[in-house]
Write a protein that binds this ligand. Structure first.
Ligand code: TYD
Ligand code: MG
Length: 457
């Protein structure tokens, strides 16, 4: 059989017959590289065997969990690692993945589980140095610096650890695949072998993956499909907060978050993130509003800051950190078209404080309030929280978990909550006996009248 090449996009995994400068599938430039084509799989047998079919009734016990004791991590995993499963931890370089996993590995080892930690990025000496900085040098985990997959698999087969950490998939290589480490073909082959090892031997395998600028695990998306759980470790550089978020979990809820703080002595768990996210809040200022959000099962109060300034540019600036820029455009359009509050000729900056990324539509009302407050240069009451979804008509729609949001706001000493009027009766009932007062509004226009006195010019 003659050897043939395929041209594979290193960003999304799309395959082409010939090279091109731009990937039609993901739009990436210079992402397409030549790779030897994989040999076609075995031809399907002419006649198959009959498969045994079963019902849905479960005879198996739920999969055993191995908790690390790091609560923020265990909760994101749905209660701890699951034996014979594969977890992918993605995140930007330098965000703290290796630190988190070294701490987790040490915790598992200290609890008496067999742990193998393979680093392909650093030397063993570097990892030891980090361990002593973190005060973990006494943890009985097994460390190796290696990149050759067959050596790693042979070692894991001999050790049969309960937990194996591989940092990172982009540095490992399988000798039977001809392309360079980090290429789609390598990452795919390496992940596939490690996932099969996990299933075969009951080990919980944790793969570390770097993320590209576009926010995808570098190499193929395919890895996300292969593993059971995908966690992203995120945060803004220059902020000490780090969020661990489950984006896929076959053994627990997706969307759950864990909050950490990066300190000189490693990652510290943040059990009460709202207090931390609000601790940087200054005096009452225009454009500053507290959003009562929910991430996964956790209520989380965050400050949303807006700045509106006259623009010297023909096309004014719209800069967003921590929120969706398309959603900002929508809210600006609703304010303009339904309330006559225009932003033409003004730059708009929107910022979720603390480096958190908010994706809930429930933040709409808080964002609208921050924008109006910034534009009018009128500070809103310091002791109120906001939540509610804004529809294109400007009407406010109720959002899920209002009760949890109100409870959290009350716990942190807030005295009032601007909420959608729909579902107000239910909220009122849920709020019975609480000290926080409800300010239900049905439409953004009603909100502006009540909060600012009158519709602005
Ligand atoms: P690292 O875990 O190496 O990131 P990743 O594996 O995601 O690339 O973290 C590196 C950063 O974390 C580095 O900028 C230094 C910082 N850091 C601390 O602030 N405190 C610590 O105790 C450690 C170990 C790292
Ligand atoms: Mg690292």
């Amino acid at each position: 059989m003659s050897r043939r090449s395929a041209y594979v996009c290193q960003s999304c995994g799309a395959t082409y017959a010939k090279w091109a400068g731009r990937c039609d599938n993901c739009g990436g430039w210079n992402t397409i590289a030549e790779e030897p084509e994989r040999p076609a799989g075995p031809r399907p047998a002419a006649r198959g065997r009959r498969i045994t079919l079963t019902g849905l009734e479960s005879r198996e016990a739920p999969p055993p969990r191995i908790a690390s004791g790091i609560d923020e991590l265990d909760r994101v995993l749905g209660g701890g690692l699951v034996a014979a499963s594969a977890v992918l931890v993605g995140g930007d370089p330098g965000i703290g993945k290796s630190t988190l996993l070294l701490q987790a590995a040490a915790a598992h080892a200290a609890a008496g589980q067999g742990v193998v930690y393979v680093t392909g990025e650093e030397s063993a000496a570097q990892v030891r140095l980090r361990a002593s900085r973190l005060g973990l040098q006494g943890a009985p985990l097994q460390l190796a610096a290696a990149t050759d997959l067959s050596d790693i698999i042979a070692t894991l087969e001999a050790e049969r650890p309960a937990v194996a950490v591989l940092d990172s998939i982009q540095t490992l290589w399988a000798s039977h695949v001809e392309s360079a480490p980090g290429s789609v073909a390598q990452v795919r082959a390496v992940s596939h072998e490690l996932v099969s090892f996990a299933k075969r031997r009951g080990t919980a395998v944790i793969l570390v993956g770097h993320v590209t600028k576009e926010g995808q695990i570098a190499g193929p998306r395919v890895v996300e499909h292969m593993v059971d759980t995908v966690l992203y470790f995120e945060g803004e550089r220059g902020h000490q907060f780090r969020i661990l978020r489950s984006v896929k979990n076959r053994f627990g809820p997706a969307g759950e978050i864990g909050v950490f703080e990066m300190t000189g002595g490693g990652l510290r768990e943040v059990a009460n993130p709202s207090a931390l996210f609000l601790s940087e809040r200054d005096e009452p200022a225009s454009g500053s509003v507290v959003f009562a959000g929910v991430e996964g099962t956790r209520p989380l109060l965050v400050e949303i800051q807006a700045l509106v300034a006259p623009s010297p540019l023909g096309t004014p600036r719209r800069t967003v950190v921590g929120w969706d820029s398309g959603r900002l455009a929508t809210i600006l359009a609703v304010l303009e078209a339904r309330l006559g509050i225009g932003f033409v000729g003004r730059d708009v900056y929107l910022n979720v404080a603390g480096g958190l990324r908010v994706s809930e539509p429930a933040a709409d009302l808080a964002v609208a309030a921050a924008l109006i407050s910034a534009r009018q240069d009128i500070a809103l009451a310091h002791d109120a929280v906001f939540f509610g979804e804004v529809s294109l008509s400007g009407a406010l729609r109720p959002v899920a978990q209002a009760d949890a949001r109100l409870k959290e706001a009350e716990k942190l000493g807030f005295r009032a909550a601007w909420t959608p009027a729909g579902g107000a009766a239910a909220q009122q009932a849920a709020n019975g006996g609480r000290s926080i007062g409800l300010l239900p509004v049905a439409h953004l226009a009603e909100f502006v009248e009540k909060a600012f006195g009158a519709l602005p010019e």
